[in-house]
Design a binder for this molecule. Sequence first.
Ligand code: FRU
Length: 467
Amino acid sequence: SAQSEKYRPIYHFTPPTGWMNDPNGMVFYENTYHLFYQHYPDSTVWGPMHWGHATSENLIDWEHQPIAISPDSLGYIFSGSAVFDVENSSGLGTSENPPLVAIYTYHDMEGEQSGKSDYQSQAIAYSLDKGATWEKYDQNPVLPNQGIRDFRDPKVMPWTFSDGKKGWLMTLAVSDRIQFYSSENLLEWKLESEFGQNQGAHGGVWECPDLIPMTAPDGSEKWVLLVSINPGGPQKGSATQYFIGDFTDGKFTPDDQLIRWLDYGPDNYAGVTWANTPNRNLFIGWMSNWLYAQVVPTETWRSAMTIPRELSLFEVDGTLLVKSAPAEETLQLRGSSFELDKLQSNLPSEAVEITAEIEDEEAFSILIENEIGEKVLITRDNGLVSVDRSLAGNSDFHPDFAAVHSAPMSWEANSLRLFLDASSLELFINDGEMVITSTLFPTEPWKKIRFSENLSTIKLHNLAEIN
Ligand code: FRU
């Protein structure tokens, strides 16, 4: 019924039914973006994990595919990545038809429940038909547990050994640190180094890492290490921190001791980038938070992904930071566009993008309301950008949901892009130099929006008209 689909986003990816968490195995192959995801199709809460699957040619229109990888006697299928093994280094395909290879974590639920500590290991599945069907490798696991309970979420990328030989690098979350493993064939892995025991935020376990080479504004090559952490995020619960540094001879060295957060909102977790997209760092995150993900008021499914974002480096007062801009593909969502009145405008649909210039960088505000007085307030003041969802409707499902989420932004704010959908808000300042992602569950759809005086060229783009 329509009621059971309340809060279903119009342009964000959601599972057809059932539970979803982390994005997994994102790989671009033959003009198709593959998105796999942590999925339990039989319930709207977390359970035996599968890899759900969807494909897209433009990162916007997603087509659901059959479940790609299902749990078996070795365990649940936890998060991981996928690569195109173009030279058939694994021997799992042929040189005429090299395989797509997925590297995931087995989570042995019985092992965990019986008190063992070796219940997580890394394993492989491969596809010889462009990602349509997946075969598990018959000698799994490829990286058995090394005696540490939390040992998961392998992110694999092509890598060149110091002697020039081509191979692979695995970035793995291991409890309170990252381990880097190398391989020539995706099947045998060797520990190269560890990072992070005394670096960064440690309010919770480290999960879902990603190592991404990026070019700094001065042209130098930097390595960005994303590490999701749960709990211990800046807004409580789960969040993604990152490090910037160098990666040489299999070892990551951070430039400084700064703690950096990819998104200051409460609802962007476990995000990583697509494999096999040369020169583009395309990112998508799980738009929820482990604090309340399993109790949010949606009926037939739970969770959505963020909009696709493109990561790059920028500099503020000599400090490098990562910005997350809406991927340019999101422009395809725009239907009719018109200028908005500052004082009060009506929203034509639940799915809109708002763009504005910020004239006086000191302070601004945006108020979004529905017809029964529920509201979200976005402000910038005294170097803080805030999204206040404390009066934004449905929130009694968790005591921490109704809150104000603030982020320090000491530098000039010149422009903003705001994406609203049926149950979310994504705020990008200066095209992603500051991002706040929040889920919202208003009792009735947002209807009105008001802007402070110093916002100008305010435009509304209806995102509900395409398709
Ligand atoms: C992160 C995470 C991963 C794990 C998966 C299980 O949200 O906890 O570390 O692989 O979810 O579903």
